[in-house]
Design a protein around this ligand. Structure first.
Ligand SMILES: Cc1ncc(COP(=O)(O)O)c(C=O)c1O
Ligand SMILES: [Zn+2]
Length: 392
């Protein structure tokens, strides 16, 4: 057992991990799992990892689940890191293709770990507000664990996400509003209903699953982190998780001090982090009238805003907004050049690459990693702009 305690990411107050926890009891900010890295390093090293299974549970000692508990797993993680061929221009571009996860998005990583812990600690009914993909992932892992899933999504969530949650046996409620309204509805009802709130960063373990993105990158790139990471940020859990992974790996002696420049990519119609970054703020105000076809980026207010902003600054990276039309324009370009049907959130990163390259913020020859966080297949309502005719 390598999990030592939970610690508040803002005020550092300690919390007991052995009971279900949401936010810090003092300041209502996210809790982080603190792993005993000295103990881990006595049983796990870069060489022992080599022979392990491909799924993210290969990093078992670094994950919070006690050794005697069976993970709730569908084979998540271990996704390909592909060298881009034609789209790359003069940078060394790599694409982490997260569409190959169970339920076709990177949300599977966080849910595998968080559902495993929720089950271990005795939760029976799990609730989540979702832009779509987190809902599908919770539905799948809750089904696998034999737990109830209660999913709240905005009415305009892509159809595939809604159908998927229902087919996986979840209780689905559509809300005429944004993901923040879905979260508020859960907060209002959870005590009465006996739901455990699985909102991202409002429980400590989804970020633990997401941190494996950082471990996989380092392992695959032979323990040399890239120069730049472009990440489509809504709640920012992957960005925050990777940063935590980098610090853990440095403490383990697996990597050095170098960190990538981290860029949060958002949609022009919902860019609270970009605004706050440019204004030099430490937290981000709620973005008014949030609108974008990239449903995963339709997050007007994120509880991890202060963590994201700190990482972007500490890493000497930044935040950049991309127009919806550009995402739709670039997706088939990436499709035809790289063979990947990417999601609009992933597409936003490819647009951002071109913008940052033109602005001189990424130099020729630099090693850049883009996260394609999900599959375009879930977004047919957005991509199918013309009726299909002809010989099919
Ligand atoms: C495909 C996709 N990409 C990116 C995001 C944003 O992820 P995060 O909330 O970790 O920033 C989401 C969230 O719903 C998503 O579904
Ligand atoms: Zn606190």
């Amino acid at each position: 057992m390598f999990l030592k305690r939970l610690e508040c990411s803002a005020c550092q107050r300690e919390h007991e991990w052995s009971q279900l926890q949401n936010l810090c009891g003092s300041c209502n900010k996210p809790l982080f799992a603190i792993v005993d890295l000295a103990a881990v390093s006595r049983t796990l090293n870069r060489e022992t990892l080599f022979a392990r299974e491909r799924s993210l549970w290969r990093y078992r000692e670094l994950l919070p689940l006690p050794a005697d508990a069976e993970p709730v797993s569908l084979g998540e993680g271990g996704t390909p890191l592909l060298r881009a061929r034609k789209f790359a221009g003069d940078v060394e571009l790599w694409i982490k293709d997260e569409s190959l996860n169970p339920t076709q998005s990177f949300k599977a990583r966080g849910m595998s770990v968080a559902v495993s812990m929720a089950k271990y600690l005795g939760a029976t009914k799990l609730a989540v507000p979702s832009a779509g993909n987190a809902g599908g992932a919770l539905a799948a892992y809750a089904a696998r664990a034999g737990l109830e899933a209660h999913i709240f999504m905005p009415c305009d969530t892509p159809r595939a996400n809604i159908v998927e949650c229902r087919e996986l046996g979840a209780h689905v409620t559509l809300i005429d509003g944004l993901i923040t309204d879905c979260g508020a509805e859960i907060a209002r009802r959870k005590a009465n209903e006996g739901w455990f709130d699985m909102s991202t960063l409002k429980e400590p373990y989804r970020v633990e699953g997401k941190k494996t993105l950082g471990y996989e990158l380092a392992e695959r790139l032979n323990w040399q982190l890239p120069d730049v990471i472009l990440y489509p940020a809504g709640g920012g859990t992957g960005l925050i998780g990777m940063w935590k992974a980098f610090d853990e790996m440095e403490a383990l002696g697996w990597i050095g001090k170098k960190r990538p420049r981290m860029f949060a990519v958002q949609a022009a119609g919902c860019a609270p982090i970009v605004r706050a970054f440019q204004a030099g703020e430490k937290t981000a105000a709620e973005f008014p009238d949030a609108q974008t076809i990239a449903s995963g980026l339709r997050v007007p207010k994120a509880i991890g805003d202060f963590l994201m902003l700190k990482i972007l600054r500490e890493s000497n990276g930044g935040a950049i907004a991309v127009a919806d039309e550009e995402m739709i324009r670039v997706a088939p370009e990436v499709g035809a050049s790289e063979g990947l049907f990417i999601c609009p959130e992933g597409a936003a990163c490819f647009v951002a690459l071109n913008l940052l390259r033109s602005a001189g913020k990424i130099a020729s020859g630099e090693r850049v990693v883009i996260f394609n966080t999900g599959s375009g297949i879930k977004y047919l309502d957005i991509f199918e702009t013309e009726p299909i005719r002809g010989n099919i």
